[in-house]
Design a protein around this ligand. Structure first.
Ligand code: SF4
Ligand code: MG
Length: 338
């Protein structure tokens, strides 16, 4: 299976300017060296607390920002170096579904015009053909075509997210970044939208990067999961391996906070791990492992050396010295490198 998306050591640093002369005095390292692949037809979940850099990462992968460094290849093309013109053409391949459909649906445009806007921008189809495509899209996302001439405010939150999805699908993309697509919706509606995304994926062969802070939902939808903390992916694994046998202490802590939905399983529930302190500022991450200020398993080496992102088991990557035979629990003093 080939990756549709390849991300290599991606960095997104935003300069901080201060003082009278607005000199650059530092940088917010929102994404600080992230590497992953997304295979064709799969859903990669990207999880982490707010502010960890997951949204910035998703936007950078679509080149909504200029990359600070690193490489992003989508469908065989290095998008970090593409010109604006060819990026515009690539927008047909890659699209985004946003958290808050409200914010990206023009209240003065009809639903038909909103869904058809990408066709106006990227095709010279005649009106009739565009209209037929818009109606087809409305069918695909479960919106009544009779509502074509209505305005966004006449719809519920769930229906507005369907409008956003239809618009994202208009140009038949292969790859969609879904940034917290259900976070703004009522819990009762969330499952419907997630099911729709899954149906569309099967039907259209879509590839998703699914960004969410909701670990239960990600377990439901993702094939593999990447966990971000302070600008870095600290663990990446096939879904069940990540949830059942996490290798990184941060993942363990996140999972320990997920409520166990099945009461029969409650006895097996992990003990809740409460992390001390706050997430450090991405403008000033700690030396060594970026989790060392809060990690319950921190060791001396963690303050000195940034752990490599290693494939610990086949397909299961983690950035933690505990998984390194030189430093982990099995190491003997003599194995310590000098
Ligand atoms: Fe914790 Fe050290 Fe592993 Fe970082 S490298 S997660 S501080 S044990
Ligand atoms: Mg976000």
């Amino acid at each position: 299976q080939r990756p549709l998306v390849e991300v290599r050591d991606l960095k997104m640093h935003f300069p901080i300017h201060s003082g009278l002369l607005r000199r650059q005095t530092g940088a917010v390292k929102a994404v600080d060296g992230v590497t992953f692949d997304i295979y064709e037809g799969e859903t990669l979940g990207l999880v982490g607390e707010s502010g960890c850099g997951k949204s910035t990462c998703g936007r950078a992968v679509l080149r909504l920002y200029d990359l600070t460094s690193g490489e992003v290849v989508v469908d065989g093309r290095a998008i970090g170096t593409e010109s604006q013109g060819s990026l515009r053409r690539m927008r047909t391949t890659m699209q985004m579904v946003f958290q808050d459909p409200q914010a990206c649906l023009n209240p003065r445009m009809t639903v038909g015009a909103i869904i058809g806007e990408p066709l106006d921008e990227h095709t010279d189809w005649p009106r009739k053909k565009k209209r037929a495509r818009v109606e087809e899209l409305m069918d695909q996302v479960g919106l009544n075509r009779a509502f074509l001439n209505r305005y966004p405010h006449e719809f519920s939150g769930g229906q507005r997210q369907r409008i956003g999805i239809a618009r994202a699908l208009a140009l038949k993309p292969k790859f969609i970044v879904c940034d917290e697509p259900i976070a703004a919706l009522d819990v009762s509606i969330q499952a419907q939208v997630v099911n729709l995304l899954e149906e569309l994926q099967d039907e259209l062969g879509l590839t998703y990067l699914f960004i969410s802070h909701d670990l239960s939902m990600v377990r439901h939808i993702a094939d593999r999961v990447a966990v971000m903390y302070l600008g870095k992916v600290v663990e990446l694994a096939p879904r069940d391996a990540l949830y059942d046998e996490p290798l990184h202490p941060y993942t363990e802590a996140l999972l320990s906070a997920v409520p166990e939905p099945d009461p029969a399983m409650a006895g097996r529930k992990r003990e809740r791990i409460v992390l001390k302190g706050d997430v450090p500022s991405p403008a000033n991450p700690p030396a060594g492992c970026n989790f060392c200020t809060r990690c319950p398993k921190v060791m001396e080496v963690c303050h000195r050396i940034d752990p490599a992102f290693r494939e610990v088991r086949p397909g299961h990557f983690a950035a933690c010295h505990l998984n390194d035979p030189r430093y982990g629990p099995e190491h003997s003093e003599s194995a310590e490198p000098t």
